[in-house]
Design a binder for this molecule. Structure first.
Ligand SMILES: [Zn+2]
Length: 349
């Protein structure tokens, strides 16, 4: 009978639950594999509040259990990921800026309802830990995990353990200042990496660059020439998806455009790499990691931003101490949050 855990991933806009079936290896690395069964999903609004989150959570867990069948007796632990500031020692959701939820004892509530040991932790730190347990860092004891999606977060594993800081807020690389007087960030500052390179920033930069080109305001002469040649080519061959003209562009559709040769989309992802690489060089000089791992939805475009990321990283890196540093895409797959919840539930750090 395989070991099972209940995994709960509370995100900013959605909540996911699953039963994770674990296989542990006998190796000293603690490397394990997990299969996610009966994944259920609920949407969460900004104003869901504690009651809304709790009712979404319990109904999703009920659905997951109904899908997987009679496995309750086999479940030995529960893991939950919290979006925002967390105190994992108390299972406390301290604060989430987007929803205003604060001082929510989610760990105690889950323990009372389901009668199993619970570990509730910050989502990005949980994902970093999952990379050690399930992903590409089994053999690595010092690494930085960066998630790029609607925001940018970071988790740090040092000497084989997550380094959370006081309120699980260590390695908040998304709020490194990479652009003087840049775009306003959700945290209140300007020019944060998150406001420059996360999904919404990718869409905004793309729209703004297209508008500047259309109005003759773009001061990048190389891009002006490339765009003109690309448009001419499109006219002749009717290539390109044309999605940017039909619907609002997203980080994912802009990545598709970049792969079709759209020079504006390519330049946007080049900028993402440049900004993330610059921030990564500061982080690397601070902690001297063996690896930097990139996860989150935007990691699907890893091949598009990796070259400029690597370039910018090298420009700022103290090379003699970081000769073997590598940057890799996450090995956790699409459901990284559920893998994070499983990792903190089943393998304490
Ligand atoms: Zn910020």
């Amino acid at each position: 009978m395989a070991e099972k855990a209940l995994a709960i991933d509370i995100g900013g806009s959605k909540l996911l639950t699953a039963i994770a079936e674990l296989e542990r290896s006998n190796e000293p690395t603690r490397k394990a594999t997990a299969r996610l069964l009966g994944i259920s999903k609920r949407a969460l609004g900004k104003d869901s509040g504690k009651e809304g989150v709790w009712s979404a959570l319990t109904s999703a867990v009920d659905e997951t259990l109904a899908k997987v069948g009679d496995v309750w007796s086999e479940i030995s632990s529960i893991g939950a990921t919290i979006p925002g500031v967390a105190d994992p020692s108390k299972g406390l959701w301290v604060y989430a800026p987007f929803s205003g939820i604060s001082d929510y004892p989610i760990g105690d509530l889950l323990r009372e309802r389901y009668g199993r040991p619970v570990r509730a932790d910050n989502d990005v730190n949980a994902c970093a830990w999952a990379e050690k347990v399930f992903g590409v860092c089994a053999e690595v004891d010092n690494f930085l995990w960066i998630t790029i999606s609607n925001g940018i977060g970071g988790g740090l594993v040092l000497n084989g353990r997550v380094f959370p800081g006081k309120f699980a807020g260590a390695a908040e690389i998304g709020h490194f200042n990479v652009e003087e007087n840049g775009a306003l960030c959700g945290c209140g500052n300007r020019g944060c990496l998150e406001a420059t390179a996360a999904g919404p920033a990718i869409a905004r930069t793309y729209r703004e660059t297209l508008a500047a080109l259309a109005e003759g305001r773009c001061d990048d002469s190389e891009l002006v020439a490339q765009w003109s040649a690309y448009r001419t080519g499109l006219g002749k061959a009717s290539q390109g998806s044309g999605k940017d003209r039909e619907t609002e562009p997203t980080a994912a559709t802009i990545a598709e455009e970049a792969r079709l040769g759209n020079p504006v989309a390519i330049s946007v992802y080049r900028k993402v790499g440049k900004c993330v690489g610059r921030a990564a060089s500061w982080a690397a000089n601070l902690v001297n990691p063996e690896k930097i791992v990139i996860g989150g939805g935007v990691a699907g475009a890893f091949d598009l931003f990796y070259p400029s990321l690597w370039n910018a990283l090298q420009k700022g890196l103290f090379k003699s101490a970081n000769k073997t540093l590598t940057v890799e895409k996450t090995g956790l797959g699409y459901e990284a949050g559920l893998m994070g919840a499983t990792a903190v539930a089943a393998v304490p750090y």
